[in-house]
Write a protein that binds this ligand. Structure first.
Ligand SMILES: [Zn+2]
Length: 664
């Protein structure tokens, strides 16, 4: 494995030896249309990785040949470096040809390693994905400086800040933009006000797919596309995305474009060249983009195969909050390769078709195998630390007499049985698929008291822990935990590096391309009406009139179904996925925190941190004193070594919502 932690370039220093425009050539200055020839490459989805990779090898073989034949061809490699690694595994002898194409600016490199879902992986995992993509790209040339987010099912609120930290000042995205956003170029602000220029692919990343090669027909098609794009970009230049899922390299498009008699001059270009010449931003937007107003956001993926997502989150926490901090504070050599191996498995599983649970069963079996391999490696790394006495505290503040990120010979207080909370289970038929909840017409959810759960409390903790064990024996339904509270004022929900407020709203109140479902993503906690619910990972919730619903299981038998009430168009091929029925035994650990004051005063994020990051048996190796954080709104994202130096990353889950990375 390569190091995942290459130093980042200063975003304000221009790059020597490369033009800022991705080498699109002087003709790009005159062009009305920038045609981006690309393919969108889901590495695993309705076919397994091995089949898609066979196709990928054919695609890049033909790309390298076509680049030789057509000197003006530029090809956008989907913003993810994993494709290059996948190819070179089977074609190591083509490395020099790829490096040459990259050096000439004719293929894009990165910036991502995979295209991750933004709601279902940790903020740190988003940063590591960019780091790995950029580090791998630098072995060939300069990574593309565009936050390409073509297919993700909505965008998390702090993404502009994450992109800026990686030296990226722009984003190109599709889903999630609300219908009220009328300008296709806008300023997108993170919670702290950090902004990037966003280009909205209003017609999708495939709006200009299948361009005809007959010059006359091509000219007419270009002019037609310009008319379509004028709605959100009246004067141009326009961005035309010529490619689709797993599409091959077109032959002869460069010549056809030169001969096309379009009214609007179109050239083959790059995203960087387009962004250098884009029209000015016509609007501003702060925070998340998660509306189904213009494109599907497929919210059922927040809960499809939920137990797999929880395991993924547990591995992220193990790396971020236990292994890396302990090795950083110890005198042991930093296990760069082993940690890199674990992170690469996390990042492969972060891809939107993988962590979203919306692929065929075989794909998720392979994701599970990746998780198992990384878990085994993580276990071996922890065992290498030896078994000491007492416990280790993973938090940067004192807990139960254990110093911040330190060890103490104390016996952690045992959990005591607690009074049962008045909670309900809600069961509703679901005839949908991995992408979309779809109850049959007239279905009424059934409610019953939650029985059989165990409730516990630990001294000093203001919340009640609960464990729910289930044996699911029925297909085609959705099972949710209902936590009674008032919801009229909306909810605050934890997200990557922060929290967002979402109002209470009823289903179907926003018109859009799919039925508007009021389910939403959260990480670690959601809070409404003085009640917080903690979940150790990403989860799906909905505000009901009388409480918060947390989806425990969504049991469906299809990757995508052709005809649904809640979604007018298929999200993929209609393929059976019996494993997505989630039959069998499941165990969920949650907590409920009833508090006075608002979530900030009640320190909800900090108590969620305590819930999700238990004290663990101490390692035997001595540790230097860890960093201490006294501000209860500040949470830790990473403590690791980068090029031998300890580095701490924290974020404030309150104003000013800033991610801080500093050397210790
Ligand atoms: Zn995709």
């Amino acid at each position: 494995m390569e190091p995942t932690s290459a130093p980042r370039p200063d975003p304000h220093v221009s790059r020597p030896g490369s033009s800022a425009d991705g080498s699109a050539g002087p003709e790009a200055n005159l062009a009305a249309c920038h045609v981006i020839v690309h393919t969108h490459w889901d590495r695993e989805w309705y076919l397994p990785f091995s089949v898609y990779r066979r196709r990928l090898v054919g695609l890049i073989d033909s790309l390298l040949l076509t680049l030789e034949r057509e000197p003006n061809l530029r090809f956008h490699l989907d913003g993810q470096m994993a494709l290059v690694d996948d190819y070179l595994d089977l074609r190591p002898e083509r490395r020099a040809a790829l490096a040459r194409a990259a050096a000439e600016g004719r293929i894009s490199l990165g910036p991502w390693y995979t295209l991750p879902d933004e709601h279902l992986v940790s903020g740190e995992a988003l940063i590591r994905n960019l780091e790995l993509g950029q580090a791998r790209a630098r072995r060939f040339g300069e990574p593309m400086r565009v936050g390409y987010l073509p297919d993700q099912f909505g965008h998390t609120a702090q993404m502009p800040q994450i992109l800026r930290l990686a030296g990226i000042e722009s984003a190109v995205l599709w889903r999630g933009v609300p219908a009220s956003m009328t300008s296709d170029v806008f300023t997108w602000e993170a919670l702290d006000g950090t902004s990037v220029t966003a280009v909205h692919l209003r017609g999708g990343y495939n709006a200009a797919r299948d361009l005809p090669l007959d010059p006359g027909a091509l000219g007419a098609r270009i002019d037609e596309l310009v008319e379509e794009h004028r709605r959100g970009n009246p004067h141009g230049p326009w961005l035309l995305m010529a490619g689709d899922d797993h599409t091959p390299v077109p032959n002869g498009l460069t010549t056809a474009l030169e001969q096309a008699g379009a009214e609007h001059r179109a050239v083959l270009s790059t995203l960087e060249a387009y962004l250098a010449r884009r029209p000015p931003a016509g609007a501003r937007w702060r925070g998340e983009l998660h509306s189904a107003g213009v494109a599907n956001v497929l919210k059922g993926t927040l809960s499809a195969r939920f137990p797999l997502k929880l395991r993924h989150a547990a591995l992220e926490r193990r790396l971020e909050r236990y292994l890396e901090p302990v090795y950083t504070l110890s005198e042991l050599p930093w296990p760069e390769r082993e940690l890199g191996y674990c992170w690469r498995q996390v990042i492969l599983n972060s891809a939107h078709d993988s962590i979203c649970g919306c692929s065929i069963d075989r794909v998720h079996e392979e994701a599970d195998e990746r998780l198992q391999r990384a878990e085994a490696m993580a276990r071996a790394l922890w065992e290498r630390l030896g078994a000491g006495e007492g416990v280790f505290n993973p938090s940067p503040f004192e807990r139960e007499g254990v110093p911040p990120l330190g060890v103490a010979r104390v016996e952690p207080a045992p959990e005591e049985p607690a009074d049962a909370l008045d909670l309900l289970l809600e069961d509703c038929p679901d005839h949908g698929d991995e992408y979309t909840f779809d109850p049959p017409e007239g279905a009424v959810p059934e409610r019953r008291p939650l029985v059989g759960a165990t409730f516990g409390r630990r001294p000093g903790e203001p919340f009640t822990r609960l464990t729910i064990e289930l044996d699911n024996r029925r297909p085609n339904h959705r099972l949710r935990l209902i936590v009674p509270t008032t919801t009229g004022a909306g909810a605050w929900a934890g997200v990557a590096f922060g929290a967002v407020h979402r109002p209470f709203r009823r289903a179907g109140t926003e018109p859009g391309v799919e039925f508007d479902l009021p389910t939403d993503p959260a990480r670690l906690w959601v809070d409404a009406g003085g009640t917080a619910v903690f979940v150790p990972g990403p989860f799906e919730y909905e505000l009901l009139e009388d409480g918060i619903a947390i989806t425990l299981l969504r049991c469906v038998g299809w990757l995508s179904r052709d005809v649904l009430r809640n979604r007018p168009v298929p999200a993929g091929p209609q393929i059976a996925t019996p494993e997505a029925q989630m039959l069998g035994r499941h165990r969920f650990e949650l907590a409920v925190y009833r508090h006075g004051g608002d979530w900030r005063e009640a320190m909800v994020p900090r108590w969620a941190e305590v819930f999700a990051h238990p004290l663990v048996p101490a390692p035997a190796v001595p540790l230097r004193p860890g960093p201490r954080e006294d501000d209860p709104a500040v949470l830790m994202s990473a403590l690791r070594r980068v090029d031998g130096r300890p580095q701490l990353r924290t974020y404030r889950c309150a104003e000013p919502w800033r991610i801080e990375t500093r050397w210790l």
